[in-house]
Design a protein around this ligand. Structure first.
Ligand SMILES: *[C@@H]1O[C@H](CO)[C@@H](O)[C@H](O)[C@H]1NC(C)=O
Ligand SMILES: *[C@@H]1O[C@H](CO)[C@@H](O)[C@H](O)[C@H]1NC(C)=O
Ligand SMILES: *[C@@H]1O[C@H](CO)[C@@H](O)[C@H](O)[C@H]1NC(C)=O
Length: 328
């Protein structure tokens, strides 16, 4: 895959966060091996489908991770982000911010669902929300990140509206206090927020999410000037809105702690990433995780596991979708 076509794929922009009322009280229904009785091989089936997609394009890594974030942060981890719009409903994925959601993330979920449903005993027994959680775990491991046991037992949401996205996502201009506050409403700590921000070690951001940092009237002084001139070349004025660049300029295909090393030299692409180093309150954490990939991996697994418990639907609030893109 050439850089040119990679850059044209709509992909991860800002880290998206929920500021609403999702509760974690239904999270007790989650457990490992949830499907042992109904679809014992589900994790292997999903991993196989995800691996095949990954071999076609590594863009699925950032795209799938970002889709999972978006899903959990907007009305809980319930696959509402996968639902397509209909004549009378504009779905979550068609909110104007959706440029950050790349088609390869959706495609990964759709393919994994088809693989699961191809096994008669598994057909329509595994939620799309869980398939997305498993696929996210799998792309992270395929890109060299930590492997972890994923909790399962989510149900799919019964609605998906573009209006539900409003106010729940962090713009790339957010400062440390704003980021911390948004995560706190989801029961996530500042350390969780910093760890999850490192999801930007994979994925892309559109030029317009950082264009204010690379051109006058005032350049962002926290941005590395060598990097800034590269970015100006990649993102000329009046650039195609769909053009996106890798958020990790050093190891864009690897899920690693390079994200934190980049911040130490002013190479955080989004202002809301670089602020984690500029602000003296979060800098010590960045320094520790830049130094130790073991410590980062541990923190990331803890944080994404907590994130996967946001807003879990109960039997009364959810079901298992026959088609991930269509409400039953
Ligand atoms: C949209 O239309 C479908 C039938 O085509 C109907 O079942 C559904 O309730 C409608 N949704 C809304 C929000 O009006
Ligand atoms: C984003 O929304 C537009 C319509 O607003 C739609 O045409 C496009 O397919 C959506 N993109 C994705 C990746 O869902
Ligand atoms: C900017 O990046 C270059 C490498 O591309 C590095 O040598 C330099 O130290 C960085 N500048 C700062 C201020 O960190």
């Amino acid at each position: 895959m050439g850089a040119g076509s990679a850059r044209h794929v709509a992909a991860a922009a800002a880290l998206l966060v929920l500021a609403a009322s999702a509760t974690v009280c239904a999270a007790q229904q989650l457990r490992r091996n949830y499907y042992a009785g109904v679809c014992p091989n589900v994790e292997a089936i999903v991993r196989d489908a995800v691996t095949r997609k990954f071999r076609q394009t590594f863009i699925t890594v950032g795209a799938t991770v970002h889709l999972f974030f978006h899903d959990c942060f907007v009305d809980g981890c319930d696959a509402s982000v996968v639902v397509a719009s209909t004549a009378n409903n504009t779905a979550e994925k068609d909110h104007p911010i959706n440029l950050s959601l790349a088609g390869d993330g959706f495609d990964t979920v759709i393919r994994a669902k088809a693989a699961v449903d191809a096994v008669p005993r598994c057909r329509n027994r595994v939620s799309c929300a869980d398939i997305l959680a498993m696929a996210t775990r799998d792309v992270i491991a395929l890109a060299g990140g930590p492997s972890y046991a994923v909790e399962l037992g989510r149900l799919d949401g019964l609605s998906s509206t573009a209006s539900s996205v409003n106010g729940k996502l962090a713009p790339p201009s957010f400062n440390l206090d704003q980021l911390t506050a948004l995560f706190a409403t989801n029961g996530l700590s500042q350390a969780d927020m910093i760890a999850l921000s490192a999801g930007h070690t994979v994925g892309f951001a559109h030029c317009n999410t950082f264009s204010g940092r690379i051109r006058g009237p005032t350049l962002d002084p926290t941005l590395n000037s060598t990097y800034a001139s590269q970015l100006r070349a990649w993102c000329p004025p009046n650039v195609d809105q769909r053009l996106a660049v890798s958020m990790d300029p050093v190891t864009p295909r690897d899920f690693d702690n390079q994200f934190f090393k980049n911040l130490q030299v002013g190479k955080g692409l989004l202002a809301s990433d670089q602020v984690l180093y500029s602000d003296p309150r979060s800098r010590p954490t960045v320094d520790v995780w830049a130094q130790s990939s073991v410590a980062f991996n541990q923190a990331f697994v803890a944080a994404i596991t907590k994130m996967g418990r946001i807003g879990i639907k109960t039997r009364a609030q959810g079901n298992i979708r026959r088609n991930c893109a269509v409400l039953n």
